[in-house]
Each structure stands twice: as structure tokens, then as C-alpha cells.
Design a protein around this ligand. Structure first.
Ligand code: 5AD
Ligand code: SF4
Length: 442
């Protein structure tokens, strides 16, 4: 009988891309995908360890999934991804319904692990690799819109940010063969996709020096953008210490490279940045923002901020706020520091900012960002912006929605357009999350 797999994905875009690789590997091994969890023989949960609350949420979800197993003993449950890598065999002690534990570099083994689990044994593979990039695998697209997709260009991370669990759960950095990246993007474009986001923990350190090719990230980006002017290209994540003027110039040269850069600052205080081992200063970060504004005047900039890192004082916190205000970020992802076992900060620094102080500072960061985001959207009112249509609006089938090059969501009345069309939209007003307008040119 044909086995069916159902996969649930938590965490970052990289995990979304990985789930597509996982489904491809299982499809090649004869599995079909189940649209409904109740029809699945194999339930996979692709997990995230970035903060404690991410893990707690997944444990709660696993509990709920365990009920299915109580009803049908034949179901196999697999925990894969970052949490599997972090906890290894311990997962099996925490949840006796889990049958498979597989880390981010052992997905090729999943068919074997499934067979082992089916024969009644717990199956674990959490080996990390220096080479695995799944370069030859054509991911099975799991997204619904068929317009935009993620393409992984590298795996792992060699930066040792003191707070971060990623290098431990995803291993060391390795770049993917550029030929296979271009092949994958070409296939996406030919099957109707109009936007790709190139993914890596630190895309600026992409490097391929083999087979007579010597390619850094700027060159790769340029090659991808050269596939077709109708293909939008995004990328994530840049590291402030590595983002180069050369890259900024490349972005400015191509209309189809989106004018948006996600540049996580984490903190505005030099003392905290040093403690975080970020390898740049506030001044360096500001210089990079100035360079973006100089080379790409219409570029939007987003960031990540952490509140309440070890020893953070009110003065450090104020430095984060003034940096945000100065940079005028278009949007941000904002977090309370969460100590992760085994990281450098967990080993060397005390998680000594009280929870209520972390929360208060986070609230201040969020309300400042809300003000900046509103300002950023207000500035777009009256402009005509190019929008790539992604789908119907969530609220109504009479409206469609897409994004600008700057990654802002735009909603407008549907006059018979299609997903994947480019339209020019006159922005008439904005809400807290969205720009609203009407199409002036199709
Ligand atoms: N606690 C809080 N936030 C974290 N991030 C990474 N590790 C932690 C942690 N231990 C945030 C950073 C990073 C984003 C993906 O998650 O801001 O850029
Ligand atoms: Fe992604 Fe990091 Fe979470 Fe892993 S731990 S899923 S790399 S955000």
C-alpha cells in the first residue's frame, strides 16, 4: 500500500525550504503527500529551537498529535529539524509517541528511518555533515500560491553569535553548487513562479570555488536575476559585518532584484554587540545603512532586535531605540532574549535581566517600530508602485493582494487579474499592516 506523509513546519524560511526537500526525498521513495493529517501514515514535524517558546509550542503540538497515535497505533511520528538536532535521543524520553528523530543533515535517511520505525524500533539520525546541501534534490513545492518560492543556497552557519543555537543545530557553513541553484530557479520560472528568495544564514558569505567557477554572493545574485526580467529575486539573511558595497551596487543595477534588505542589528549598544559577538559596532552598522541609502535610495530596510540580553542596562536599551529611530526601519522582528543551552552566552553570561524588564523593553521596542512602520507606509500613499500579485486577499475574493519590491503588502480590487501578474497600483491609503490602492496599469 502507498504510504502517505503529512508534514508540519515551524520556524524560519529555511525550514519551509527543507520541508520541500524532505517531501521530495519521500516522494522518490514512493510516498504520497496527505492533505489531511488524519490520512497520514507518517507525520513529520519540522521544528525550531531558536527560542524556548518555539520549542514549548512544538511540545504542545506533539501532545495533540499523540492522540492520533492513541487511536491508530500504526501511525509513525517523526520529529525533524533543529529541535531534533538539539535534543537528540532525549526527544524520545520527553515524548514516547515519537518514533523518528532526524536532524537537518539526515533527511536522505528518512525512508530508511521510516522502515526502521515501522518494524517497531525507534529510529534516530542526528549526524551533522560538512558537505550536505541537498543540491541535487528538486524540492516538491508545498506552497499554495505558485508565485513565490524559497531556494536554499547554503546551509549551516560559521558565525558564533553568543545567543544563537543555529551553529549547533545546523552545523558549519557550506555553499550549494551554483549550477544547481540556477537550474532550480529556471525550473521554478518555467513552471510559472515569478519570485524566488535565496536563503542562507549569512548569504554574504556564499562562496563557490570549484570546477573552474569562482563565485561570491553578488555574482550568484546577478546570475539568478539574469534568468528573466520578469523574475523577482529576494534574499535573506544579510549580516551587517559582511554586506558589501559590491552587493549593493548589484542590487541597484537590476530592476528585478527587490529593493529590500533584512539586516539584523540585534542591539544598538556597542557593549552588548561585543558581548553578543556580532563583530560590528553601532557605527559600522550605521555606515552600512548609509551605504544602502546611497546606492539604493528606494530600498526598504528591516531588522531583528533582541531585548534583555545578558547584562543589558537601561542605557543599552536606549541605544537600541535610538538606533531604530535613526535607521527608520520599515519593519522589524523583535524578541525577548531567550537563553539557549550550550550557546556561548549560556556558558559565559548570566541571563540576568528580569523577565518583567525584558518585557517592558520589548514593548517599548515594538511600539517604536509600530510608529516607524506606520510612517514608512504613510510615505507610500500617493505613489504608484509595481505589485506582483500573489493571491486573493485573505478577507475577500473581490480583492487581490501582492507585494511591492520593498516587500510591503498591497491590497486592491480584483478586475480579473491573475496570480503572478505584475500591476501598477496607486496607493490611496494604508492600515497598520497593509497598503490599499487601485490598479492604474495592468
Ligand atoms: N533569544 C532571542 N532571540 C533570538 N534570536 C536568535 N537567537 C535568539 C535567542 N536566543 C533572534 C535573532 C535572530 C532571529 C532569527 O532570532 O534576532 O536574528
Ligand atoms: Fe530556523 Fe534557527 Fe529555528 Fe532552526 S533554530 S528553524 S535555523 S530559526
Amino acid at each position: 500500500m502507498i504510504k502517505k506523509v503529512y508534514i508540519e513546519t515551524y520556524g524560519c524560511q529555511m525550514n519551509v525550504a527543507d520541508s520541500e526537500v524532505v517531501v521530495s526525498i519521500l516522494t522518490d521513495a514512493g510516498f504520497k503527500t496527505a492533505d489531511n493529517i488524519n490520512d497520514a501514515d507518517l507525520i513529520l514535524v519540522n521544528t525550531c529551537s531558536i527560542r524556548e517558546n518555539a520549542e514549548q509550542r512544538i511540545w504542545r503540538r506533539l501532545k495533540a498529535i499523540s492522540y492520533l497515535k492513541k487511536k491508530n497505533k500504526g501511525i509513525i511520528i517523526g520529529l525533524i529539524g533543529c529541535m531534533a538536532e538539539r535534543l537528540k535521543e532525549k526527544v524520545l524520553e520527553e515524548d514516547r509517541f515519537v518514533d523518528i528523530v532526524a536532524g537537518p543533515d539526515s533527511y536522505r535517511e528518512l525512508p530508511l528511518l521510516f522502515a526502521e520505525a515501522e518494524s517497531g524500533h525507534k529510529a534516530v539520525n542526528v549526524l551533522l555533515s560538512h558537505e550536505e546541501t541537498y543540491a541535487d534534490i528538486s524540492p516538491v513545492r508545498l506552497d499554495k500560491n505558485g508565485v513565490s518560492s524559497f531556494v536554499s543556497i547554503m546551509r549551516g552557519c560559521n558565525n558564533m553569535c553568543a545567543y544563537c543555537v543555529v551553529p549547533y543545530v545546523r552545523g558549519s557553513e557550506r555553499s550549494r553548487d551554483p549550477e544547481t541553484v540556477l537550474r532550480e530557479v529556471n525550473e521554478l520560472f518555467n513552471s510559472g513562479y515569478r519570485e524566488v528568495t535565496l536563503l542562507g544564514q549569512n548569504v554574504d558569505s556564499y562562496r563557490w570555488d570549484k570546477d573552474g567557477l569562482n563565485i561570491g554572493f553578488s555574482e550568484l545574485l546577478e546570475k539568478v536575476a539574469g534568468i528573466d526580467p520578469l523574475l523577482r529575486v529576494r534574499f535573506s539573511t544579510s549580516h551587517p559585518k559582511d554586506i558589501s558595497d559590491e552587493l549593493l551596487k548589484t542590487i541597484s543595477r537590476y530592476d528585478n532584484i527587490c529593493k529590500h534588505i533584512h539586516l539584523p542589528a540585534q542591539s544598538g549598544s556597542n557593549r552588548i554587540l561585543k558581548l553578543m559577538n556580532r563583530e560590528y559596532t553601532r557605527e559600522w552598522y550605521m555606515d552600512r545603512i548609509s551605504a544602502i541609502r546611497k546606492f539604493i535610495p528606494d530600498c526598504s530596510i528591516s531588522t531583528d532586535m533582541i531585548s534583555g540580553f545578558c547584562t543589558e542596562t537601561e542605557e543599552d536599551h536606549q541605544a537600541s531605540l535610538t538606533l531604530m529611530e535613526w535607521a527608520g526601519f520599515d519593519f522589524s522582528y523583535m524578541f525577548k532574549y531567550s537563553e539557549r543551552p550550550g550557546t556561548r552566552a549560556a556558558r559565559k553570561n548570566k541571563d540576568d535581566v528580569p523577565e518583567d524588564v525584558k518585557s517592558k523593553r520589548l514593548t517599548e521596542i515594538i511600539s517604536l517600530q509600530n510608529k516607524l512602520s506606520a510612517l514608512s507606509k504613510k510615505n507610500d500613499v500617493g505613489k504608484v508602485l509595481e505589485v506582483l500579485i500573489e493571491d486573493y486577499s485573505k478577507r475577500s475574493r473581490d480583492f487581490m493582494s501582492g507585494r511591492t519590491s520593498q516587500n510591503k503588502v498591497v491590497v486592491f480590487p480584483d478586475k480579473g487579474y491573475y496570480k503572478g501578474d505584475y500591476v501598477q497600483v496607486l496607493i490611496e491609503r494604508c492600515t497598520s499592516a497593509t497598503l490599499l490602492g487601485k490598479v492604474t496599469k495592468h
